[in-house]
Design a binder for this molecule. Structure first.
Ligand code: FNR
Ligand code: LAC
Length: 400
């Protein structure tokens, strides 16, 4: 059997992680058929040791429009800055002289056992960063033993992504204007084995994404909204420009009534993504959804909303363990994961880092990104004197 460069890269990325982490048993799964290497890994990929190293590679490799779309946020990008600064300001208060020779990062989210509490967040159009797009991400999720969220706006169909790997997956739903089409999307997700519906509730309209607008965002040749093929648009053709793309994913109206309707469409657990207000979290509990994702959409929608790590404790207080609470936005270090869990999150999701990994080395890049974050999280647990997820309590954080 010959080993392609892609397999070698993934094996290297996996071994680099495996060498230092006491991974649980379970071999890395290589898909039977191997995609061609259309986009070789960056020469400095092997030397990358942090997510910011992968980000630097992505900045060199992404075309200007894709970079503006991926990295850009809303308005003056103040919340984008806050999402990071808020993590940086939180201090960790370690315990010493605890036996940390075995650190166990395992947890369970909505009944799904996870080796570590870091998920791949649902993000649109992975083909902008690598020609293998979401197939590479799905395979990376399986290799790294991670849960993947797939966007309604993926550039690969949800069926093909489901078939690409056996890792657990959630489907992120943008409720369409066309209710029938929305119900069909849900049925397709059920049929393909997705384990939850993540309903994005923070995007009733597009944000003022100036960076993206200045770059003239459009769908390049070969990239389309694969799940939405066949959807009738106002112009009668497939959406291509920024306005057409976003107009088509946005609902006319999304209220608690529609959430109830979505809950009735299948037996999949429903998570609401984009909760910042504790009042909405309380209504979510009342509505009987399975969980909420504390998110400001990576600061891409409404500028000057608070950083998610700042909003999180008010929501976990209000929810009081009744439903699952996840958080995303600005997670770039293992210490960030520790802080989010100390503030009551059950797990975190990452968005932009997926694109950094994809751009640097496709599937191997996403495997490496997850491996770095996982390893850093494990180090943060050991160095703060915590050996199990249940030991990551509010006291891990320094009180001023
Ligand atoms: C997103 N996000 C997103 N969210 C969603 O519900 N559906 C989607 O299709 C997308 N698409 C998308 C594309 C890109 C390029 C980015 C950067 C983000 C938001 C995403 O799920 C998540 O909330 C943020 O990305 C988290 O912040 P970080 O990790 O990027 O800082
Ligand atoms: C975005 C949309 C697709 O953030 O969620 O670009």
């Amino acid at each position: 059997m010959t080993t392609t460069r892609r397999q070698a890269l993934i094996a290297t990325a996996s071994l680099a992680i495996g060498a230092v982490l006491p991974f649980r048993a379970g071999a890395f799964v290589f898909p039977p058929e191997v995609l061609q290497d259309k986009y070789p890994a960056d020469p400095s990929f092997d030397a990358a040791v942090s997510l910011s190293d992968l980000e630097a590679i992505a900045h060199r490799r992404l075309d200007a429009m894709s970079e503006a779309y991926i990295d850009g946020a809303a308005g003056d990008e103040i919340t984008l800055r806050w999402n990071r600064e808020a993590y940086d300001k939180i201090k960790i208060l370690p315990r010493v002289l605890h036996d940390v020779s075995v650190v166990d990062t395992r947890t369970t989210v909505l009944g799904i056992p996870l080796d570590f509490p870091i998920l791949l967040g649902p993000t649109a159009l992975h083909k902008l960063a690598h020609p293998d797009g979401e197939l590479a991400t799905a395979r990376a999720a399986a290799s790294a033993h991670a849960l993947m969220g797939l966007s309604t706006m993926s550039s690969t169909t949800l069926e093909d992504v489901a078939a690409a790997s056996n890792s657990p997956k959630w489907f992120q739903l943008y409720v369409q204007k066309d209710k029938g089409f929305t119900a069909e999307l849900v049925q397709r997700a059920v049929k393909s084995g997705y384990k939850a519906l993540v309903v994005t509730v923070d995007t009733p309209t597009e944000g003022a994404r100036n960076r993206q607008q200045r770059a003239g965002f459009h769908l390049p040749p070969g990239v389309d909204l694969a799940n939405l093929r066949g959807l009738k648009t106002a112009s009668g053709r497939a959406p291509g420009t920024e306005r057409e793309v976003f107009e088509n994913i946005l609902p006319d109206k999304l209220t608690w009534k529609e959430i109830e309707w979505l809950q009735s469409l299948s037996s999949l657990p429903v998570l609401l993504k984009g909760i910042l207000n504790p009042e909405d979290a309380a209504l979510a509990v009342k509505q009987g959804v399975a969980g909420v994702i504390v998110s400001n959409h990576g600061a891409r929608n409404l500028d000057t909303v608070p950083a998610t790590i700042e909003a999180l404790p008010r929501i976990t207080d209000r929810v009081a363990g009744r439903i699952t609470v996840l958080v995303d936005g600005g997670v770039r270090r293992g210490t960030d994961v520790l802080k989010a869990l100390a503030r009551g999150a059950n797990a975190v999701l990452v968005g932009r880092p997926i694109f950094y990994g994809l751009s640097a080395a496709g599937e191997a890049g996403v495997v490496k990104m997850l491996g770095i974050l996982r390893k850093e999280f494990e180090m943060a647990m050991a160095l703060s004197g915590r050996t199990r997820i249940s030991e990551i309590v509010p006291e891990v954080i320094w009180k001023e």
